[in-house]
Design a binder for this molecule. Structure first.
Ligand SMILES: Cc1ncc(COP(=O)(O)O)c(C=O)c1O
Length: 458
């Protein structure tokens, strides 16, 4: 019988995360303080993050130890299995071999607790009592709620309103783990009130929810803020995924020609791909593809520029691909991909031609998700379907080229609490949103006066 899934024993759980910063061909440009225009220092970030995470944000250590307490908790669901998608290969009649890493086996059902667990731990030992955060589709909020429960921390979640309405079960999961979750924009913060004054029917966005969570952390007692993507330390924690994949691919006796992951803020994609990025920097030929929605085309349409990470301008200026912090994407079902910016590390890798960004329309993603469910059985999160769609495109391309390519992708989460999205698709209620070129131009005007990074592409 063919081997369908490759497990690693618990003893093979990676003991260190991989930090790509010292290996980047072009060094990153620093985040800037919006007031002074100078690089931000640890003191600027201390009100919102514990010092251990701030140190990781700028660390030049290639390998960073995973604390024992985090390793113990990772063992609840890690190492995660690597699957060979035989049925999908057969259905597509492709010579490509398709592997997928199943991050959907974590208690909240996605890759998100890889960093949530680490962030909860570092906050706990720094004396934080309450962590505030934003969430899009609810995957991140539920992951942080779960990890806060394990470390005995309070958790406050601002959930983008459109997803709050579309996905009540995610809120219920957060509440089951003891978190408090409100729809964003909310009336609880000044940031939320400002947005609601401008647009009482705002569907919300990740940028707005971040503003609310940062404000709640800064004004709350013993509170810190936690971000589920974008920042260097978040991408670092996610590399446990790619490091496991490297061991599992070695057991399979294959090495990927193509690596695919969907990208909202970039941590899911990066956690999977970065250990292979190191191989590519060292000479391996790999096509490393980051996938985004055409309705929020940060990497494929947004310039590399300095911009705020949030809508109400509370974060530092980050050097990244951006659609402008005021850009509010169409309310597509892949809520976790509705973010105006892209992780500075991923942005830098795009500039260096190491990562290739691709955008895919909503209908194609659901079509791919249904094909995947009817062949491999698993029902993917709408975000994950973006990766599946490009896997299918690449497998068909391999067939046309007559090449036995090895395709590896990150199956970032299950969609079992996203069934309303599938229902909308299956009943023909979904459409592809036209590219909001005017909206993008308008939002980009707002960042025109900001300082420009050296590699500015506007
Ligand atoms: C299932 C799933 N996959 C991928 C992503 C995108 O993650 P990131 O923001 O780290 O790129 C999300 C974000 O919420 C998600 O929920």
């Amino acid at each position: 019988m063919e081997v369908k899934k490759i497990f690693l024993p618990e003893s093979e759980l990676p003991r260190q995360w991989y930090n790509v910063l010292p290996d980047l061909p072009t060094p990153m440009e620093p985040p800037l303080h919006p007031g002074t225009g100078q690089p931000v220092g640890p003191d600027d970030l201390a009100p919102i993050f514990p010092m251990a995470l701030i140190e990781q944000e700028v660390s030049q250590e290639r390998n960073i130890d995973i604390p024992e307490e985090v390793l113990e908790q990772y063992l609840l669901w890690r190492p995660t299995p690597l699957y060979r998608a035989y049925s999908l290969e057969k259905y597509l009649d492709t010579p490509a071999k398709i592997y997928f890493k199943n991050e959907g086996v974590s208690p909240p059902g996605s890759h998100k607790p890889n960093t949530a667990m680490a962030q909860a731990y570092y906050n706990k030992i720094a004396g934080t009592k309450r962590i505030c955060t934003e969430t899009g589709a609810g995957q991140w909020g539920s992951a942080l709620a779960f990890c806060c429960a394990l470390f005995g921390l309070e958790c406050k979640v601002y959930m983008v309103k459109i997803s709050y309405d579309q996905k009540p079960y995610r809120r219920m999961m957060m509440e089951t783990w003891g978190a408090n979750c409100v729809a964003s924009p909310s009336t609880e913060t000044k940031a939320g009130q400002t947005i609601l004054e401008r647009n009482p029917d705002s569907p919300g966005s990740l940028g707005i929810a971040i503003s609310e969570a940062v404000e709640a952390a800064v004004t709350g007692e013993n509170s810190k803020y936690s971000l589920g993507s974008v920042l260097n330390h978040v991408l670092l924690h996610q590399t446990v995924n790619g490091l496991e994949c490297q061991k599992q691919m070695a057991i399979a006796g294959d090495y990927p020609d193509v690596i695919i992951g969907c990208a909202g803020g970039g941590s899911n994609f990066a956690g999977h791909a970065l250990p292979f990025v190191r191989d590519k920097i060292n000479g391996k030929e790999i096509d490393i593809i980051a996938v985004e929605p055409t309705s929020c085309p940060t990497m494929t349409k947004g310039p590399f520029a300095y911009d705020f990470g949030d809508t109400v301008q509370m974060t530092p200026f980050l050097p990244m691909h951006t659609l402008g912090h005021n850009f509010v994407p169409e309310p597509i079902h892949a809520g976790g991909l509705r973010y105006h910016g892209m992780a500075p590390i991923v942005s830098q890798l795009i500039l260096s031609n190491i990562v290739r960004p691709v955008a895919v329309p909503q209908l194609e993603t659901f079509q791919a998700g249904v094909t995947f469910a009817r062949t491999e059985g698993f029902i993917s999160a709408p975000e994950t379907d973006h990766a599946v769609a490009i896997v299918i495109r690449e497998a068909i391309k391999a067939k046309e080229e007559g090449k036995e390519k090895i395709i590896l992708f990150n199956w970032s989460g299950h969609g079992l609490v996203d069934m309303a999205a599938y229902e909308a698709y299956l009943s023909g209620q979904l459409s592809d949103h036209a590219l909001p070129e005017d909206e993008i131009k308008k939002a980009l005007k707002d960042i025109a006066p900001f300082p420009k990074p050296q590699q500015y592409t506007g």
